[in-house]
Write a protein that binds this ligand. Structure first.
Ligand code: CTP
Ligand code: CA
Length: 232
């Protein structure tokens, strides 16, 4: 559509998108999850498709319908998400990492349901850290010297020690991705809502781009920015 900057800005490009929240099982009936609805990632996949790209969407838990016209791979845990992305990244010109990856998972995944015990001893759940998938995709790209644009998301809150943008800049450096889309969280915004307000930071430019509107509007702006970075 013309509103996304004219058809075809990503024609012929292969775009890999991750979306939704991972779920980390504790036992056969329980998991640790997060409030991501997957809306922004799904909107991105649809916007990339509308811009002419060949899109693969790796979807964790999403609460919105999956878009038509894109190849979809379903995953549950962060480890499954990681495997799918590591497998697919070599075929992608652009990676858009919108998934809400659980930072931690239960150290043990029990084969049987946790039961209440007669002695009143309640369980304590030990957590271990999940791999940083975005950082790994950047490392793989650099090692293999591929020409690939990698975009991450960050949900940040400011505090006494730094502003949202201070933390976002640090995150961009730490992850090594090319673009970082920053959500200000803390207000009731973002999770499950249709409206979004983001800033797009680039590793190579100091100015940032502010985008506000529906998640579809934000997705279209991100796609246009990606196209601009690719020199389209
Ligand atoms: N991400 C990832 N793997 C993880 C955690 C996050 O690939 N284990 C990705 C997210 O998909 C997102 C970006 O990294 O694109 C930033 O996520 P965020 O949660 O803001 O960053 P973290 O590195 O987890 O830092 P924090 O401790 O602030 O949560
Ligand atoms: Ca995190």
């Amino acid at each position: 559509p013309a509103s996304s900057g004219g058809p075809g800005v990503l024609a012929g490009r292969r775009v890999l998108v991750s979306a939704g929240g991972t779920q980390e099982p504790l036992d056969p009936v329980r998991f640790l999850g997060n409030r991501s609805s997957g809306k922004q990632g799904v909107a991105l996949a649809a916007a990339a498709r509308d811009a002419g790209a060949e899109v693969t969407l790796v979807a964790a838990h999403v609460e919105v319908p999956l878009p038509a016209g894109v190849r979809v791979l379903r995953v549950g845990t962060a480890e499954e998400l990681r495997s799918a992305l590591v497998e697919e990244t070599g075929n992608a010109d652009v990676v858009l990492m919108a998934a809400a990856v659980a930072d931690f998972r239960p150290a043990e995944r029990l084969g049987t349901k946790i039961k209440k015990r007669a002695d009143g001893d309640d369980p304590v759940i030990e957590l271990v850290r999940n791999p940083d998938i975005l950082a790994e995709l950047v490392t793989l790209r650099n090692r293999e010297k591929r020409s690939q644009l990698i975009l991450g998301f960050a949900a940040e809150t400011g505090d006494g020690a730094g502003s949202v943008l201070d933390y976002a800049r640090q995150k961009l450096e730490r992850k090594g991705c090319d673009l970082l889309v920053v959500n200000h969280v803390g207000e009731s915004k973002v999770f499950g809502q249709d409206e979004n307000s983001v800033q797009i930071l680039s590793r190579t430019a100091s100015e940032m781009q502010h985008v506000e509107g529906s998640k579809n509007t934000v997705a279209q702006a991100i796609i246009l920015r990606v196209a601009a970075e690719l020199g389209v």
